[in-house]
Design a protein around this ligand. Sequence first.
Ligand SMILES: [Zn+2]
Length: 174
Amino acid sequence: MIVFPGDFLAHGEEAEGGANTVEREDDIYAAVMGEVVRKGRVVSVMSKKHICLPRRGLEVYGIVVSHTPSKAVLYCVPACVVSGKGRGLGFMAALEPRGMGKFVKDMRYEARIGDILFGQVVVSTREGNIISISAPKYGFIAVFCPKCRKRMVKKGNVFVCKCGNIERRKIARR
Ligand SMILES: [Zn+2]
């Protein structure tokens, strides 16, 4: 479980505070952001070294949840979480035309709801996260047919559906 500074960890009578914890009125709270570790009676917080937070350069898998002409909104999971190398939380990010690596007039034709991509965080501020798929290794890895919702098959530079529909996407080359 991932906790933030000030999060309640345990009552004083049931545990002892270990590393990166503080005690207040016999209760134990997290002093830093990290993962809760319990060994016997001792509860402590592992520092955020292996925790993948939204930051510039972080690789993510993202699913498109909404789109407008100017941007697609994605729910992202850090790639290090998917691979099991780290722990982290999902977060929202925007994919804008400038993150596509080509001229894009309308994002609604480039990213449809339910599509899954592999990309990289290029901006991470309090205002939000922005991802890019412009590098060759980034792009869409799973696309669902907007007409019949079946998963489409990648063929060369396009995704093809059994119903005959063809969708063009920026494709990840790996
Ligand atoms: Zn179809």
